[in-house]
Design a protein around this ligand. Sequence first.
Ligand code: RB5
Length: 142
Amino acid sequence: MKIAIGADHGGVELKRALVAAMRAQGHDVTDHGTDGTASVDYPDFAAPVTAAVQAGADFGVLVCGSGIGMCMAANRVPGIRAAVLHNATEARLTRAHNNANIACFGGRTTGVEVALDALAAFLATPFEGGRHERRIAKLDTP
Ligand code: RB5
């Protein structure tokens, strides 16, 4: 799958692990940075990832200290449904019920193994459609 990923300084370390795992699984991953620990602003790194998803990438992944700022930034963008994930159950449910297209993680709140399990569940779970289609359509109704 085609996957765009970005992080701020609070998420850069977890991002490295997620990128390595996804590439090892054969995904086509575009890493939009940041690449170091210098302090940066998370909306600047959410923007290219949301743009990539709008442009047709299968999924986005965003990592900051808590995952929350990235999730807030992403969900302001039309067509984006982002969720902060702390475990594989949340990952499975947000794909199945919310058709989430961006997974957000907290580099300061979620361990690497737990995040990897959640990401694997996120990428593997299809949207159930049906009644959930009607509900997500209402998210975009003014
Ligand atoms: C950066 O210190 C921190 O605020 C950011 O990574 C994120 O957790 C915000 O939601």
